[in-house]
Design a protein around this ligand. Structure first.
Ligand code: IPM
Ligand code: MN
Length: 351
C-alpha cells in the first residue's frame, strides 16, 4: 500500500518521539512491502515561532490531502503563565480538530502483563482492564460561542451541543461496542446540565437500533470514582468534550505510565493519531521521553487502514521491549533506563 502521512512533530518532546514512530513505521513498511511518504508540517509553538500562528494554512493543506496525520505533542511553558498571550499553541490543536472535522477522539486504556505492579492502583484492581473512551472532540464548552469577560470580574464559557453532534459520536460508540463486549456507558451530568440531558435522550433513542448492546448511563462524578476502583468493569464509554478530557487523563495513568497510551481522532475523512501525553517541556532534547505511546499510535494508524498484522507487529515489539526491560526512565524503577532513541532503535530492529 502507498501511504501519504502528514507528520506534525510539534513541541517539546514531540520531535523526539515522532522520530522513533517514523523509524518503527519504516521498518514495518519494509517488512510488509508498503511505501510511506512522510510530509512534515509545522504546528504548535514551533509554528508560532516560524510563521506566527499555531496551525498555518500550509499545514492544513498537507493534513487534508494526507491519508492520515501522525502528531507528536503541542504546548510550550512560555505561554502557560501568560493569560494575555495573543496566540497560544493549544489554539492550533483546537483549530486543527475543527478544520479536519475530527469529532471522535478514541482513547483506549489497557494494561500490559509485565507492568501490572507499576500501576498506581493495586494489581487486583486493574487486571484485565481494557476500556476505550470515545470523547467528543469538536463541540461542547471548548467550542461554544466565544467565552468572554464582563467588566473584568465575571467570565463566561458556553457549553453547546446539537443532537446531530451527539448522534454521530454515539453511533461510533455503539459500533465499537458491537465489535467488543457489547457494553456501552454514556457518561454525563444529566442531573444538572441541559446538554447532558440532550446526550442521554439522544443515546436512549438510539438503543433500539443496537438491540445487542447493553447501555448504562452514569454521572461523570461517579465514573471518576469507579475508574480508580474497578477500571476493569468498563468497556466502551462515550462522553462530551470536557468530561472526556478529564477522565481520559485519569484513565491514562492506570497502565503504569502515561507514556504508553496512544489515541486516534477520527472524522469523516482524514484521521489523526497521537500519544495521549503532552509536550513534557522539561524533558525536551534530553532523550528520556517514552516513545512507546507514539509508536502505538502509529500501530492504530496502520490498523485504521485495515493493516491489522502490521499493527500487531508493532504492538508485539512494544510488549517484547517491556518484558525485556528496554524502557525509558518513567518505567525503569531504579533499573537501567534506555534513551528515547535507543528504545526506538530496539523496536525497529525487532519488527
Ligand atoms: C488533550 C489536551 C488538549 C485538550 C489541550 C492541549 C487543548 O489536553 O488533547 O487532551 O484539552 O483537548
Ligand atoms: Mn487533555
Amino acid at each position: 500500500m502507498k501511504l501519504n502521512i502528514a507528520l506534525l512533530a510539534g513541541d517539546g518532546i514531540g520531535p523526539e518521539v515522532i522520530d522513533q514512530a517514523v523509524k518503527v513505521s519504516d521498518a514495518i513498511a519494509q517488512k510488509f512491502g508498503h511505501e510511506i511518504t512522510w510530509k512534515p508540517a509545522l504546528t504548535g509553538a514551533a509554528a508560532i515561532d516560524a510563521v506566527g500562528e499555531p496551525y498555518p494554512d500550509a499545514t492544513h493543506e498537507i493534513c487534508k490531502n494526507a491519508d492520515a496525520v501522525l502528531f507528536g505533542a503541542i504546548g510550550h511553558p512560555k505561554y502557560d503563565n501568560d493569560p494575555s498571550a495573543p496566540v497560544r499553541p493549544e489554539q492550533g490543536l483546537l483549530k486543527m480538530r475543527k478544520a479536519l472535522g475530527l469529532f471522535a477522539n478514541v482513547r483506549p486504556t489497557f494494561t500490559f502483563p509485565s507492568l501490572l505492579d507499576k500501576s498506581p492502583l493495586k494489581r487486583e484492581r486493574i487486571e484485565g482492564t481494557d476500556l476505550v473512551f470515545l470523547r467528543e472532540l469538536t463541540g461542547g464548552i471548548y467550542f461554544g460561542e466565544k467565552g468572554r469577560r464582563d467588566g473584568g470580574e465575571t467570565a463566561f464559557d458556553n457549553c453547546v451541543y446539537t443532537r446531530h453532534e451527539v448522534q454521530r459520536l454515539a453511533k461510533k460508540g455503539f459500533e465499537l461496542a458491537m465489535t467488543r463486549s457489547k457494553r456501552l456507558c454514556c457518561v454525563d451530568k444529566a442531573n444538572v446540565l441541559e446538554t447532558s440531558r440532550l446526550w442521554r435522550e439522544t443515546v436512549q433513542a438510539m438503543e433500539k437500533d443496537y438491540p445487542e448492546v447493553t447501555v448504562s448511563y452514569e454521572f461523570v462524578d461517579a465514573v471518576a470514582m469507579r475508574l480508580v476502583q474497578w477500571p476493569n468493569s468498563y468497556d466502551v464509554l462515550i462522553t462530551e468534550n470536557l468530561f472526556g478530557d478529564i477522565l481520559t487523563d485519569e484513565a491514562s495513568v492506570i497502565s503504569g505510565s502515561m507514556g504508553l497510551m496512544p489515541s486516534a481522532s477520527m472524522g469523516a475523512e482524514v484521521s489523526l493519531f497521537e500519544p495521549i501525553h503532552g509536550s513534557y517541556p522539561q524533558a525536551t532534547g534530553l532523550n528520556i521521553a517514552n516513545p512507546m505511546a507514539t509508536v502505538l499510535s502509529a500501530a492504530m494508524m496502520f490498523e485504521s487502514f485495515g493493516l491489522m498484522e502490521e499493527g500487531s507487529a508493532m504492538r508485539d515489539a512494544v510488549n517484547k521491549a517491556l518484558e525485556a526491560g528496554i524502557v525509558t526512565e518513567d518505567l525503569a524503577d531504579g533499573g537501567k533506563a534506555y534513551g528515547t532513541k535507543e528504545v526506538g532503535d530496539w523496536l525497529a530492529a525487532n519488527i
